[in-house]
Design a binder for this molecule. Sequence first.
Ligand SMILES: [Mn+2]
Length: 323
Amino acid sequence: MSIFNTGNPIKKHVKVVPVFLTINSAYAPYAAAAIHSLTEHVDPKRYYKVIILHDGLNLINRWRLRNLVTRNVALQFKKMTRSLYLKAIVAYCTKRQKGAGDFFSSAVYYYRAFIPLMFPLYKKAVYIDSDVILRGDIGELFDIELGDNAMAAMVDPKVTVIPEFRDYVDNAVGVPHDEYVNSGVQVMDLKKMRKMRYLSTMIRLIREYDADLVAPDQDYLNVILKGQILHLDSIWNSEPTKDLPKNVKLVHFNLFNKPWHYKNVPCERMFWSAAKGTGFLGDLKRQQAAFDEEKQKADHEKVGALIKKAERLSKVKEPLIKL
Ligand SMILES: [Mn+2]
């Protein structure tokens, strides 16, 4: 089988659970751990398709990721095409990257907004960040009934506990903090998102406001889908904690304390055991070893700058972006 091939041939007409990740080469090792953990918790009676949206992965990364394919989990690579929409996003991100503490100014975050249009064959799909580890069957997440909602996602726990973020989303984003969701785990009603022209709305807002935001694509998502998001249970997007409840099915290493950077962080064993079977273990170990004091300091400063930015932007009189 050619390495360009996309994995196990799944019989046509078999219902699959589509799971999307969006990555560049830098995210490939974390995505591999996430996918590996996914394959280890699937229902043997169901079929899954992991679809990786990327901006040009090298052959080694593709080959290593392709090796994660199992009997009932297939893998598909899809390179983002250079559309006018993507150009607008890249231009916006390049401009924003110049701002201090901009964690989220990579165009890769916006690829997920293209899923509804790029995959018209699917009515519903799951999206996961690369910095997650599965402990349960992602098929159960896919099965969650969305009702009239366009999406299911979890109320952002970082916004709940960090007052600067809370004020920022209430005032600058204009979405009540108890409604504002984290975009790392999404169940998308693709049909509804197509119908409401989700992507072109996002592009319009980017062009119209050109706003300096704390979590740009996540902020846009919350504004566009305000009132149309079903709130997921925290078992599907849990913060890594020391005594993780047994029923947690997905852990999200969101924002800080990444196990591939720091030692002695919560849930690190779960991450390393998922990374083990991937072919990226050596890279990840080297990455951790190279994350010296200087890099740790810079990392902490970045988080500090992000919180400061949220505080500054929260002083606005009215929301920075509006539908
Ligand atoms: Mn994340």
